[in-house]
Design a protein around this ligand. Structure first.
Ligand SMILES: O=C(O)COP(=O)(O)O
Ligand SMILES: [Mg+2]
Length: 226
């Protein structure tokens, strides 16, 4: 067994990268819409809003039905959304195929593993624990645990440090433009996974490498570190 990733930190985004959370986010959104007397929406309506946070999803779901929405309404719906989501966080969510095997291989080869997410800290911890994945990571850093979240590069840099790594030997893996900007701002190489919630194409995103399936991740990272 080689330890080719010794000293390297691989930082993962959470929603749309490690875990397919869309079904549970959609269910929580539809709970809020139904209580507001509106119709449930399909995943297509909100898929591209997932990386932009729950407020954006609620707003889009309501506006798609011409429902007027004040800031106070949005606060109230957001609270209801979070309550429902926290109570059902892993009902349908699951890691993307091959993710856990890839994490195993990276850990066996000496990598530090971390999660840098714009999800709230408590929800991130809760979700990863419910899926039996929390122990795999040297650090999990949610949006409300840092002064400036992604796309600020500082969110990634703090995550690398919390994992015990250094920025000159770290790589970011994510599914969104936000992740790409954060990686660039932090000066890290960026691996794009196109199976998440981004509407821009891989060509538009312009990552260092595109990984279509987790079975290709370890060799792609291996090439990147040379
Ligand atoms: O919850 C969000 O807004 C997005 O979460 P992510 O950063 O893990 O994709
Ligand atoms: Mg994401």
């Amino acid at each position: 067994m080689t330890a080719q990733f010794e000293g390297y930190t691989i930082v993962f985004d959470l929603d749309g990268t490690l875990v397919n959370t869309a079904p549970d986010l959609l269910e929580a959104l539809n709970h809020v819409l139904t209580r507001a007397g509106l119709s449930p929406v399909s995943l297509d309506t909100i898929a591209t809003m997932i990386g932009h946070g729950a407020r954006a999803m609620i707003s889009k779901g309501m506006k798609s039905q011409d429902h007027p929405l004040s800031e106070e309404d949005l606060d109230q719906y957001f609270t209801e959304f979070l309550e429902y989501y926290a109570a059902h966080i892993s009902a349908h969510s699951h890691p993307f195929e091959g993710a856990e095997a890839a994490l195993d291989m990276l850990a066996e080869q000496g990598a530090l593993l971390a999660v840098c997410t714009n999800k709230k800290q408590n929800l991130s911890d809760q979700l990863l624990a419910a899926l039996g994945m929390a122990e795999r990571f040297d650090a999990i850093v949610g949006a409300d645990s840092v002064p400036n979240r992604k796309p600020d590069g500082d969110h990634i840099l703090r995550t690398v440090k919390a994992a015990g790594g250094t920025a000159d030997r770290a790589i970011m893996v994510g599914d969104s433009r936000t992740d790409e900007r954060a990686a660039r701002n932090a000066g890290l190489p960026f691996v794009f996974v196109p199976f998440g919630y981004e509407e821009e194409t891989p060509d538009q995103i312009g990552p260092d490498v595109v990984v279509d399936h987790y079975s290709d991740l370890v060799s792609a990272l291996s090439d990147l570190i040379g």
